[in-house]
Ligand binder design. Structure first.
Ligand code: FES
Ligand code: FES
Length: 877
């Protein structure tokens, strides 16, 4: 049997005694945790003590630096971030964690958070509840403002806070009136406000995220990152580091069977070796494993690297300049897109009104609450990998490629995902955990610190855009031309498809035909650009919608009117040539917000559309199996839920189709051995693509159930189906290519108060059939608040290739700055056949916000702003 700590056991034991002595001061600290007296000589941060020494994993570690609130506990009646004080400061104090809530509190908070729809990824939720408890214990009749203030230190990246505030106010009512809890509805049919299937476990801290897992003999790994964005690595000297008593193994590029991996393009080095040239400060040079997490930093500091430092390429202009140093062997242009229909030059030349403007949008950070974490361990003659990603099959493929192993030897299993928003599509920690586990034959955990997460994973692309848009005297759009240059940073990631979506949506959801759009994704030595909610459309929508407002002014009509006159309607042709489906309801979105827009002169408006599914001819298949096991229908699909609620959508589609109660179903977590490959959770595709696969397989089960009479009679049976969306590729010769299987539409109105602060956002959305109204509102509220951050406060500055952001300076919107958000769902009577006519909502909700905010400020103070985040506002001077 392999032993994970075979070498120099004596030295190791001495080391353990030494580190224990160091951690144990001369004092014993006595305090109470959840009613139990604790005596310890260990002096460490309270958060780590709770999680590592007491096993209280409900308290989450989102940043370890006091900036996010996921670690909130109650100390002597006050909500405190447990990552800040050490155990030495706890002497005589009383600590309550989420596990310490009494039975009534657990029931009330669990019910209220689930019922209000306050839980999405769930990573912030236990901390939120502890802040709520600190408030309600002293004031059981708070105002909404009291609630906002109480959770001001708790960031939620998913929900937009409104439903969290509602949950806390609801809980206050139950405590105040001592009301019994109602029975939870088990009506999981479509269109019902059915409680998320995972809400209570996440809220109470019992749901398992990867970092909550500890395994016997586990070692910890971390990569040494490049000190420079662009430098030749001349020598890596690990000799001193190898002498550290806690080291298990150090791996270098030569140890990696296939050193180039990538989500789409294999251009990303697992480790950069001697003689290689770094491409950004996130490049890994050596991978260290130690027996104790605490010693990783020490060992990494003992590795000596000789560099020849080179001038980094830090802008797309530099990268495209003649004689620019090539960042990859194929040059600095990752991809070029051209979308041309009709004759834009002539259409523009013959138009009554023409505007040309340049726009600039920044890199932005996903800031999902759960930093990346993966564990890999030996399984049979391969590896088992616990992950928190957007597709277990993509991880399997990339890890197998890296290790030159058949894919079936890599078994990937998803744990809860604490938010993704596109930022967990690429390999970040998974491949390094797998590589180290393959060599050491030990369980290996790799976890990013918050700063590593900020510095390393791909961001929303910064883009420079020039848009020319034209209309006739009545405001009817006639033509447009655009160039878009995307900074895709050091590696391709999803830069190609992101640029493509930016281009395919650049003309907006309007009825005109003469367009000429050119886009380039350009490598630089900046942090890579990749997938991020909105997927390029957030950027191009900002440009086209602003141009529309300028045209409206020239044509003498209102921003609402120009949109209403041009809005795409069923049967009309989108600028990309696709005929709009009968279910297209953008005009209804506009009508739904007309009064709100016209209510005063401090409002702004914008429209957006977003594809559901990969589209453009890319193979796009959703898959699902149903199996009857011990009387329960297991829903098995690899479609990842990273907070958006896919498991609940799947449950509702099965219950609707088969006529089951939700207790008769169980949606399994994604697992490459149990759940069929449903592709990655991206492109707002899972509700439509996998949703239709689920509906189809559920129809099979329904037939079998009708024939057999009971689930018991179907024990042990299994059903399978899939759905492939057929679309036409970019550049198709067809006059009306079907670019995407479905589009969702939205119009947002942003209202400012007299001081120029956003007081309300009204979002009308056409998402077809609403599977779950609470979930759709949650996606809209969270998406709008993320869009407000993009418009007003968020930034990710990079200077000379070095990111300057810290978690606390990202500009994430807090509860006290989140305005009221009203969601209006509209739909045409005609519904599509796929997935009961549901369309994607995940990305749509974020896209229109920034241009609507820009429009509101232009109308408010007369300044037309062309870059994000907007300057000279109440949020940013
Ligand atoms: S983990 Fe303590 S505030 Fe973020
Ligand atoms: S539910 Fe709050 S961060 Fe995800």
């Amino acid at each position: 049997m392999h032993v994970c700590f075979p070498a120099e056991e004596g030295v190791f034991l001495l080391f353990v005694i030494w580190t224990t002595m160091l951690m144990r001061g001369p004092f014993v600290y006595t305090f109470v945790v959840n009613g139990k007296r604790i005596e310890t000589g260990i002096d460490k941060k309270l958060l780590q003590f709770l999680r590592e020494d007491l096993g209280l994993k409900g308290t989450k570690d989102g940043c370890s630096e006091g900036a996010c609130g996921t670690c909130t506990v109650i100390i002597d009646g006050k909500a405190i971030k447990s990552c800040l004080p050490s155990t030495a400061k706890m002497e005589g104090k009383s600590v309550v964690t989420i596990e310490g809530l009494n039975e009534r509190e657990q029931a009330v908070y669990g019910y209220c958070f689930a019922e209000a729809g306050a839980v999405q990824c769930g990573y912030c939720t236990p901390g939120m509840i502890m802040s709520a408890k600190a408030l309600l214990d002293s004031n059981n009749n708070p105002s909404r403002d009291d609630v906002k203030k109480a959770i001001r230190g708790n960031i939620c990246r998913c929900t937009g806070y409104a439903k969290i505030e509602a949950a806390i106010l609801m809980a206050a009512g139950f405590f105040r009136e001592n009301l019994p809890l109602p029975t939870v509805s088990n009506n999981a049919h479509l269109t019902q406000r059915f409680q998320r299937v995972d809400a209570v476990a996440k809220a109470m801290g019992t749901g398992i995220y990867v970092d909550d897992i500890e395994l016997a003999g586990m070692v910890y790994a971390k990569a040494l990152r490049s000190a420079y964005p662009r430098a030749i690595v001349e020598k890596i000297d690990i000799s001193e580091a190898l002498g550290h008593p806690d080291v298990v193994r150090i791996l270098l590029a030569a140890d990696v069977p296939h050193n180039k991996i990538g989500h789409i393009v294999n251009d990303w080095d697992v480790l950069i070796g001697e003689g290689g040239t770094t491409r950004y400060i996130g490049d890994a040079l050596a991978l260290v494993a130690t027996r104790h997490q605490e010693t990783l930093g020490e060992v990494l500091s003992l590795i000596k690297v000789d560099y020849t430092v080179l001038q980094p390429v830090t802008s797309t202009a530099q990268a495209l300049a003649e004689h620019a140093p090539p960042i990859h062997s194929g040059g600095n242009v990752l991809t070029t897109e051209r979308l041309k229909r009709g004759d834009a030059d002539t259409a523009i030349a013959n138009s009554a009104h023409v505007v040309t403007m340049k726009y600039s949008t920044p890199f932005t950070e996903h800031a999902f609450m759960e930093p990346e974490c993966a564990i890999a361990l030996p399984e049979e003659d391969g590896l088992l990998v616990y992950t928190a990603s957007q597709s277990v099959f993509d991880e399997q493929r990339e890890i197998a490629h890296m290790l030159a192993l058949p894919e079936e030897k890599i078994h990937c299993q998803a744990k809860l995902v604490g938010g993704g928003f596109g930022g967990k599509e690429d390999m970040s920690v998974q491949h390094h955990a797998a590589l180290m586990a393959w060599y050491t034959k030990c369980p290996v955990k790799v976890r990013f610190s918050r700063q590593e997460s900020i510095n390393i994973h791909p961001k929303r692309h910064a883009m420079e855009m020039e848009f020319t848009t034209a209309c006739d005297t009545t405001g009817k759009l006639t033509g447009m031309k655009a160039t878009l240059i995307a900074d895709t940073g050091a590696y391709a990631s999803l830069g190609g498809p992101v640029l493509q979506r930016a281009c395919t949506h650049a003309a907006g959801p309007y009825n005109y035909q003469d367009i000429d759009i050119v886009g380039k994704a350009v490598y630089t030595n900046n942090v890579p650009g990749g997938a991020f909610r909105g997927f390029g459309v957030t950027q191009s929508c900002f440009a086209i919608e602003n141009n529309l407002n300028l045209l409206a002014e020239k044509a003498g009509i209102s921003p609402w009117e120009i949109r209403y006159r041009n809005a795409i309607r069923p049967g009309q042709v989108l600028p990309n040539g696709q005929i709009a489906d009968p279910n297209t309801a953008l005009d209804k979105c506009l009508l739904a917000v007309k009064d709100a827009f016209e209510s005063n002169g401090r409002t702004g408006i914008a429209c957006a559309f977003k594809n559901s599914g990969f589209g453009v001819g890319v193979p796009d298949t959703g898959r699902c199996a149903l199996s009857v096991e011990k009387g329960i229908v297991h829903i098995r699909t690899s479609a990842a839920c990273m907070g958006q609620g896919l498991a609940t959508v799947a449950t509702q589609i099965v219950c609707e189709t088969v006529g089951l109660d939700p207790e008769q179903t169980f949606c399994e977590p994604a697992d490459t051995r149990r759940t069929p490959d449903a592709g990655t959770s991206t492109a707002s595709r899972q509700t439509v693509i996998t949703g239709e696969a689920i509906r189809r397989v559920a129809v099979q089960l329904k037939s079998a159930l009708d024939a057999s009479g009971s689930l018991e009679n179907l024990e042990g049976t299994e059903y399978y189906d899939e759905f492939t969306a057929l679309t036409d590729p970019m550049g198709s010769e067809k006059p009306n290519p079907k670019s995407h299987i479905a589009y969702s539409y939205s119009t947002q109105v942003v209202q400012l108060d007299e001081k120029g602060k956003v007081s309300k956002v009204i979002a009308a959305v056409d998402v077809g059939t609403v599977v779950n109204p609470t979930a759709v509102e949650g996606q809209v509220e969270g998406g709008v608040v993320m869009g407000l951050g993009y418009a007003l406060t968020e930034d990710y500055p990079i200077e000379g290739g070095y990111p300057k952001a810290k978690y606390g300076t990202l500009g994430l919107i807090r509860a006290t700055d989140a305005p009221e958000i009203e969601t209006i769902t509209v739909a045409n009577e005609h519904v599509a056949s796929e997935a009961y006519g549901a369309k994607g909502i995940g990305e749509l909700s974020t896209i229109a916000t920034a241009p609507a905010v820009q429009n509101a400020y232009w109308r408010f103070d007369g300044k037309f702003r062309t870059s994000l985040p907007l300057e000279h506002t109440a949020y940013r001077k």
